[in-house]
Design a protein around this ligand. Structure first.
Ligand SMILES: Nc1ncnc2c1ncn2[C@@H]1O[C@H](COP(=O)(O)OP(=O)(O)O)[C@@H](O)[C@H]1O
Ligand SMILES: [Mg+2]
Length: 285
């Protein structure tokens, strides 16, 4: 591993005001290459506002966002998608009546540059089905057929399709807002396994979650959000669940946490990033 793991997505000093409410108050954020970064915090802490700022759904009043070394100013979610940031929302983000293949390709027919876009323009259904099946198999998602309507799948399988779709199109970052909130224990574990496979294939993942045990199961680092800003950045290996909850609720100041990552940019190297720079698999072959 090199001295410093590259940072893929950072936010510095982000502000967002809604009337009298400061939804973001100097919020910092950083996502390193090859990691699953969990974002946790109480209701109203400002997680969604932060995440929406990073994915183009909210335009911050102040602050900077840098993606792969370049400052970006997203005006819409489409801007962020074009820049390679895909988001999976809490509500199952699939079209139930369409089949798995159609869901994976939904809305991308003439949008993306590059190989996938070229393939799509030809609307070669057989090839799309084959690629969809290969992609699902690569991610270890077991479904009988990519021609199955998504409405006939279980909740976990449906969410797996949504994650697979984001992984297929996200070139730089996948963001998941409470992806397991609607799922049972077994299905949750399947989706958590899937998130780890996405990370292992080279796409860093931002995982917003209320479920602290789940976060400890998969996260490489944990961003704790409180009162509109990042209160602490910690690692599950050196910080306990109760410490995370204490910072979340304000019972403990982050400065009292010995295990906090005090200089996030410089210590990102310790994140469990792969040795090689991540490259998302080229499925065009
Ligand atoms: N569109 C909005 N209009 C007014 N207030 C908002 C809006 N979005 C969020 N807020 C307020 O900003 C604060 C942070 O909200 P949010 O980012 O949704 O937090 P979280 O996702 O952590 O629950 C809350 O007080 C919330 O009521
Ligand atoms: Mg929220």
């Amino acid at each position: 591993m090199s001295e410093t793991t590259p940072l893929v997505l950072t936010g510095r000093g982000l502000d967002k005001r809604y009337g009298h409410v400061l939804a973001m108050d100097g919020a910092d954020f950083e996502l390193a290459a090859g990691e699953i970064l969990a974002v946790v915090g109480d209701n109203g802490a400002g997680k969604s506002t932060l995440i929406k700022s990073l994915t183009g759904a909210v335009v911050p009043d102040a602050g900077t966002i840098v993606l792969d070394g370049e400052e970006v100013r997203f005006r819409s979610p489409l801007d962020a998608r074009r820049a390679g940031i895909e988001t999976v929302y809490q509500e199952l983000a699939v079209a139930p009546a369409l089949d798995v293949t159609q869901n994976l390709y939904l809305g991308r027919e003439h949008r993306m540059p590059g190989v996938m876009g070229t393939v799509l323009r030809r609307l070669d259904k057989k090839r799309m089905r084959q690629e969809a099946a290969d992609h699902m198999a690569d991610l270890g998602i077991r479904i009988q057929s990519v021609r199955q309507a998504v409405e006939n799948l279980s909740g976990g399988q449906r969410q797996a399709v949504a994650v697979a779709r984001a992984a297929a199109w996200g070139r730089r970052v996948v963001v998941m807002d409470e992806p397991t909130a609607a799922l049972g224990v077994r299905e949750t574990n399947q989706v958590l396994d899937l998130i780890q496979r996405v990370r292992d294939q080279g796409l860093p993942v931002v995982l917003i979650s209320h479920n602290i045990p789940n976060v400890f199961q998969v996260a490489d680092r944990i961003h704790i959000h409180r009162l509109g800003r990042r209160a602490a950045l910690v690692r599950p290996g050196t910080t306990s669940m109760s410490e995370v909850v204490a910072v979340m609720t304000g019972a403990t100041e982050a400065s009292e946490l010995e295990s906090a990552v005090t200089d996030p940019v410089l210590t990102a190297a310790a994140a469990t990033a792969p040795d090689a720079p991540p490259t998302w698999k080229d499925r065009s072959a």
